[in-house]
Every structure is written in structure tokens, then in C-alpha cells.
Design a protein around this ligand. Sequence first.
Ligand SMILES: [Fe+2]
Ligand SMILES: [Fe+2]
Length: 452
Amino acid sequence: MSEVLKKILVIDDYEDFRETLCEQLEGESLKILQAKNGKEAQGIISIEKPKLIISDLRMPEVHGLELLHWLKRNHPTSKIILMTGHPDMLERAEAIELGALGLLFKPFQYEELKSLIQKHFSLAREKSKTSERKEDDEKDFLQVTLKEFITGSNSKYPLYLKISNTRFVKIINKDEKVEVEEIDRLIKKGVKCLYIKRDDYNKYIALILKVNEVIKSKSSIDDEKKKKFLFHTNEVIMEKLYHSDFNRDDLVQAHSVVKSSLQVVSNNSTLSSLLKTLKDYGEHAYAHNLAVSLYSVMLSKQMGWHASKTLSFLSIGGLFHDIGIKKINSEITGKDYQIMTSEEKSAYEAHPVYGVEILTNIGDIPKEVLQIVMQHHERLNSTGYPFGLSHTSIYPLAQLVGLVDRFVELVLNHTPALSITPKAAVKKLIDENEGEFNKEMLKNLSSLFSVP
Ligand SMILES: [Fe+2]
Ligand SMILES: [Fe+2]
């Protein structure tokens, strides 16, 4: 540290620790002041006006956070670094929200403190716009449900707490351990979710799906937990399907319809194991069916079809539309339709029929859902399969799911690099439509994604 005699106040009720820390700081050409508690510190701060304060968080009389509130009101230019032996995520969030430069966990490496001090003085020197608080953009963050949060492992990405609609505070650093007790404490305080940066989301999904595989393979994990996780995975994939090209409220509403359908499915053991079968096919097959379910509900609403029965047929039909692929050799289903041989194509084209067979055996599946499954590859100009039906002979909800199915293949390709944006997908469908798809549905799909 090149500049001399900058005043730093060290506050800690544990004398040995305070003395040692002060000795270390003396060597840094700083004027070091000390106080044994927050109250004594307030007196020193009023007279000496130190630019930097290093304080214990939990102290008798005046707690570190109270001191921070007091500083904000009375000495807003003094900055504070807090230290604690008891990490608490909420305290950490509050401290950072109040402007603390950092929160160090005892025992910490002196180098960590030194780098915070250096950073502070060099930033203070620049005295630029850094003090202006930049508002966070809510769209950059995605929600992680806290209840099913995976604890006891190191977080692969930083986690944030939402303070307001435009403020997110980092409470877990990358590679930091997420303690079970900490999550419990957050739940008790009414926190329901944490947030991660959208850019980190793919890592999160990969982790969740990996854990999901482990859970599925461990018979010792009870059904209730498995069910919980099934829902959690759905939440995660749902979030992945959110795209900024459309209105988030539309997605939230559609999501609640799909969630109710999932509730129905999870109460039926055969249906829920069928859904799990899709998961066994891997992330893509599962995400594809979930996406078709979700976007079908959204498109239906856009078309003005709001009846709850219609929405429920579409969401369940969407969830199971490709269930028939489980009867087809995975070597075939793993290929793109366009590159299949004609034999492979005819084997693959039987999946709607197989799907209906599977669902009929379960019983009690509405015929509307069966029609969706059977006809989702039929096309208005008779170029579809399995029967080459045309126009009015294709059930309208199957026409809708068929269009959404094609749309989802474009935006969520099983080779991620080949995926295109929703806007580009709608444009492609409109440009290339030779009478396969209903024009009114295409028009509504483009309105949904604000395509001009
Ligand atoms: Fe299909
Ligand atoms: Fe499909």
C-alpha cells in the first residue's frame, strides 16, 4: 500500500484477535485505531473519522449490522469490512445491501483482508461512478427453489438473494459450501428461493439432472423425495424454456396449468412412471415433451381458447405426445428424422400409434388426449403420418400440438448448436409453410413471440 497514514479502525471484543490483527496492519503504513466494542467504536469514529473500519459482526452492546446502519446515517463516507465466526447468509445479504465492502469468515487468511483493503483504497482514489449503484436487471437472474435445494456440496455458481425487484445480493460465492443449516435458517425466515445468473443456468441444469439420475438409481430414497425431485426438475426445465422473446406472465400462467397436470400425473403411479421413462431417455426427450406441453397451453391462450378442459387436454397431451418412442429402438430415436433411412422412418412413424396403445392400457385417459397423441404428426396438406389425414379430419388440438412440436424441435434441438431463437423458428415455419400448418395458429404463434 503506497499511501501512508490512512486511518483504519479495528473493532473486536476478542482482545487477542484484535491485537494480532492490528499488529499485522501496522506493517502496512496505516494508522491503526482500535475499539473493543461497537459502542466504543462510535465515539472513536465521531472524532477520528476513519475511512475504513474492520469490525466483528457479533459483538456485545452494538451488533456489527447496527453499527453499519449507524455509519450509513452518520458517516456515509466511512466504509466497513465485517468479520464473523458464524456465517449467516441473511446477515451477509443485509451487510452487503447496506454497503459493507465484504464479509470475512474467521479464521481468514490475512491476504484476503489485505486485498479488500487495497481494493477499497484504490477504488476510493478513483472516486468514480463506482459509488453509483447499478440496478440489477431481473431478466439476468433465474429462480432456484430453496425447498429442494441441494445442500452439503459446493456451489458451482454464485447464489443471490433478491432484495427488491432491482436488487440482488450475492450470498454464496462460487465453490463455497452450501450448508444444510443455512438453507433451513433461510426457509425459517420466509425466504423461498435464491437466484442465479442466467449465464450460470446451464451449469445448474446439468447438475440438477445429474443429481436426478443419482436419486433415481438409489432405491433407498423414498417415493416422496423422488416425487419432490420430479417436480423440482420440472421447475428447472420450465425456467430453461423461458425465453425473453415472449411475455413472462404468459409463461407463468401456462406453467401453473402444466403444474396442475403434473399433479394429476404424479397421483397416478402408472402415468408418473411413464413420465419417468421419458426422463430415462435423457434430458432432451423430457425437456421436449415438457416444452410442447407448456407452449401448447400458451398458444391456446393466445388463440383465445381459455377453457380449463382444453388447457388440461393440451398440457397432458403435450407431456405424453411422444411417449410411444419408448417402444422404438433408441438407435433410431437418437437420429434426426431427416437423416433416417426409409426403414427407420417407417419404424419411427409408428410412435403416435404406440403412444395411444400405451395410454389406452392405462385407462381413464380422455379421448381428446389420445387424439392429440395419435395425430400430432398429421399435416393439413396430407403429408403427415401415421394416416396422412387432411384438414378437418385432424383434431384442432392435435393441429396445435403438431405445430408446437415442430416449433420446439427448432428452438430446442437435441444438438444444442442447431437450436434457433423462437423468432427465427416462427419465421422459418411461416416462410416454409406449404399448407402443413393452420395459418391462424401460425399467426398467433408469431404474436406470442412478437414477430412483426
Ligand atoms: Fe412425435
Ligand atoms: Fe415431439
